[in-house]
Design a protein around this ligand. Structure first.
Ligand code: HEC
Length: 124
């Protein structure tokens, strides 16, 4: 009888511990590389591209653009139009004349932008 009570205590404590370690996992700081994925697995402006532009481009291509940049890259239609009419993908892969101006972004970022074009320049 006494042993059985100990088993109940053990099980209860174990369950409580599992609950608290579960919530630790929820607050772990691992960044999510694709915070808003399209259900089909396609690359989208809001899911993938907007954050790359904010981190690498809008310091000059902001609204309004600064440092001599000729256009803003702060909205879906501006970035889409820059891919279609301003050679954005060429510039982000051009080692002689790169965008951003201080050197190429990671291959992963450049691949995402190329795949965004291949997937049809989706917004969401
Ligand atoms: C340090 C400021 C700066 C940053 C950061 C920057 N640009 Fe630029 N960008 C410029 C300037 C200045 C020009 C105009 C001169 C030129 O074309 O080199 C330009 C031109 C461009 C052009 C050509 C526009 C045209 O019509 O000829 C594209 C496309 C472009 N940038 C895309 C980007 C992208 C995409 C990023 C981020 C990955 C980026 N830029 C980051 C300053 C910047």
């Amino acid at each position: 009888m006494k042993f059985k009570n100990l088993v109940y205590v053990f099980v209860t404590v174990t369950l409580l511990f599992n609950c608290s370690s579960g919530s630790d996992d929820d607050t772990s700081p691992t960044p999510n590389p694709n915070p808003n994925p399209n259900p089909s697995g396609k690359i989208t402006y809001n899911g993938n591209i907007k954050s790359i532009m904010s981190a690498n481009c809008t310091s000059c291509h902001g609204n309004p653009p600064t440092n001599g940049a000729p256009m803003s890259l702060t909205t879906y239609s501006q970035v889409k139009s820059a891919v279609e009419t301003r050679g954005l993908i060429g510039r982000i892969n051009n080692t002689n004349n790169p965008m951003p101006t201080d050197g190429l972004m990671s291959q992963a970022n450049r691949d995402l932008i190329q795949k965004w074009l291949d997937d049809g320049l989706l917004e969401n």
